[in-house]
Write a protein that binds this ligand. Structure first.
Ligand SMILES: N[C@@H](CCC(=O)N[C@@H](CSS)C(=O)NCC(=O)O)C(=O)O
Length: 292
């Protein structure tokens, strides 16, 4: 049984496993809100939660693995709770400050032992609850990429394994949106938790935080879709609830562009700053505890 983190040499083999689901995986319309850039809120939160529960129950085909997708409306952020159904050991991905009571209530209801709160990157649109969670959950550790510039108990590198019970997620560095973006890939190589590196039918913006004109865009272009089997399920930070790598390769308007068209597009987004960027980034650099 590995500790919550096992540091291994980067995996150089191509991954081959994929999750075979029945219907609803090939090009079907995924239940969801609009992406963050369109008019969010087209679906009610209840619809979204109902549908995401459906997907998670179908998607967690791995024996003994619980997957819950939780949604925070204001920043359109998805939080993921994963647990070993036998040992009850659990981890939470991208928890949001405003929903800490909801998240910890679910952890308690399900009788889980929360080991780790991991952020896929240093977020600019919400404050993480990982620091406050550590104050409420004895023994809880926080984790984020070593390239995020943020402090945490565990600074993650490519190839690290985040363990809980018999399960683990492998850390993949997927910079571009920020230098510290990571994608967390399930042990059976069937699910990828992509943070803001890959959004469903989109990708993270590349115009702030540690980035330069070209470097971040080309990094993101090369790294945002895990090099993996097209059936991998992608759980992204925002937009729809779930997709697959194959679907994104086919329908994501940003991924089907050439490298230079992609850079051109990303340079022309002219997105407004995230509303909370000026408080979120400083807070998230210290696990969300800034000012608390
Ligand atoms: N309006 C939102 C922020 C929207 C935004 O900038 N989203 C980011 C990810 S969170 S920093 C992004 O990369 N968007 C890509 C895109 O194409 O929209 C707010 O104020 O919070």
């Amino acid at each position: 049984m590995c500790s919550v983190l096992t540091r291994v040499r980067p995996i150089h083999r191509a991954v081959a496993l994929s999750l075979r689901l029945g219907a609803n995986t090939e090009g079907s319309s995924y239940a969801a809100t609009q992406s963050r850039r369109l008019s969010p809120g087209k679906n009610s939160v209840l619809d979204l939660q109902r549908n995401s529960r459906f997907y998670c129950s179908r998607i967690a085909k791995t024996e003994g693995l619980l997957v819950r997708q939780l949604f925070e409306v204001e920043s359109s952020t998805y939080t993921y709770l994963l647990a070993d159904t036998n040992t009850r050991e659990a981890i939470i991905i991208d928890p949001v400050l405003e929903t800490i009571d909801r998240d910890l209530h679910l952890v308690e209801e399900l009788g889980l032992k929360l080991l780790l709160a991991v952020n896929t990157h240093c977020h600019a649109d919400h404050i993480t609850s990982s620091g406050l969670m550590k104050k409420r959950i004895a023994g809880l550790k926080s984790a984020i990429s070593k390239f995020s510039g943020a402090s945490a108990d565990i600074l993650l590198s490519e190839g690290d394994k985040i363990c809980f019970g018999k399960h683990y997620l492998t850390v993949r560095e997927t910079p571009g949106h920020t230098d510290g973006c990571t994608t967390l890939v399930s042990a059976d190589e069937s699910m990828a938790f992509t943070g803001d590196a890959l959004l469903i039918r989109g990708c993270g913006r590349t115009d702030f935080q540690q980035v330069n004109q070209w470097g971040s865009k080309l990094k993101l272009y090369h790294k945002h879709v895990p090099t993996c089997n097209t059936d991998w399920m992608c759980f992204c930070e925002s937009g729809q609830t779930v997709s697959t790598v194959g679907e994104e390769r086919k329908y994501n308007p940003r991924l089907i562009k050439s490298k230079y068209e992609f850079v051109e597009l990303m340079n022309s987004l002219n997105l407004p700053k995230p509303d909370k960027i000026d408080i979120a980034v400083p807070a998230n650099l210290v696990c969300g505890l800034h000012g608390l």
